[in-house]
Write a protein that binds this ligand. Structure first.
Ligand SMILES: Nc1ncnc2c1ncn2[C@@H]1O[C@H](COP(=O)(O)OP(=O)(O)OP(=O)(O)O)[C@@H](O)[C@H]1O
Length: 254
């Protein structure tokens, strides 16, 4: 098997006496979407935070494409290809949809954050931003201020910004949370399309069984911060131990 894109080895964080993530060793390969499930408080978001760099690990390591990134700050990890959608906190509400996507592209291309540069100088970026907005179905709303968008469209924009960032590792934390039944399928379809690019890996924290069934190639289960199960969805879901002990409660709110 080729070497993994992303690995955690004995990844651990303690808050005082509480071990929130407990020696989690896991490899994530290109072309795979891994759903991370587990009961409330199991450590899923904290595991994400350790991978993306929001909190420092107490022990263990995170490796991206054979490079150890455990002690790197968030921005450096982003530059190296860790892309995380943040439940709307990384949108600029006062700017237009288009400007939000363009800012991400400018930052990626190291052209700085000068929004008011001559548009002609940024033709390439403008075209690329338009392509992303067409892809997510937001092109018609590109001139609107983000604060005027519906919640569902804001979540779509978040996916657009992640696509614009062009990461190696896509990290989604409950991407359809708070969306209407009409809006959620669009975002799920976008994530499904991302899977088609087999040079990336996708991590998804998710409670909804239907979303997991639709998207996941693999499920890992966290319980009390530790890795409790890891395998293909059918296998993990069928496991009695996992059903009863770990997933019954976590996945029943479909
Ligand atoms: N900064 C922190 N300081 C202290 N304890 C924390 C901190 N962050 C998380 N925890 C604790 O770590 C444990 C894991 O929390 P985490 O949010 O990762 O769980 P989760 O699996 O994402 O839960 P949920 O499904 O409810 O979002 C919880 O007991 C939580 O209270």
């Amino acid at each position: 098997m080729p070497s993994p894109l992303l690995s955690t080895r004995d990844l651990t964080v303690r808050f005082g006496g509480h071990v929130a993530v407990d020696h989690v060793t896991c490899d994530f390969h290109a072309g795979q979407l891994t759903a991370i499930v587990g009961p409330n408080g199991a450590g899923k978001t904290t595991y994400f935070n350790l991978i993306s760099g929001q909190i420092p690990a107490t022990e263990g390591s995170v490796t991206l494409k054979d490079r150890e990134i455990t002690r790197l700050p968030v921005a450096d990890r982003t530059d190296l290809g860790i892309g995380r959608a943040f439940q709307l906190t990384n949108l600029f509400p006062g700017l237009s949809v288009f400007e939000n996507v363009r800012l991400v592209m400018q930052a990626r291309r190291k052209k700085g954050f000068d929004l008011f540069s001559m548009a002609a100088a940024h033709d390439g970026i403008n075209d690329a931003a338009r392509d992303v907005l067409l892809r997510v179905g937001l092109w018609d709303l590109s001139g609107q201020s983000v604060s005027e968008l519906s919640h569902g469209n804001q979540r779509k924009l978040e996916v657009a910004m992640l696509i614009a960032l062009d990461p190696v590792v896509y990290m989604f934390d409950e991407p359809t949370a708070g969306m209407s039944v009409d809006e959620a399928p669009v975002v799920l379809e976008l994530i499904a399309q991302l899977k088609a690019d087999t040079s990336r890996t996708i991590l998804l924290v998710e409670h909804k069984m239907d979303v997991i069934r639709t998207l996941a190639d693999r499920i890992i289960v966290l319980h009390n911060g530790a890795l409790a199960a890891d395998g293909p969805p059918a296998e993990v879901m069928a496991s009695d131990v996992v059903q009863e002990a770990y997933m019954g409660k976590a996945l029943e709110d479909v």
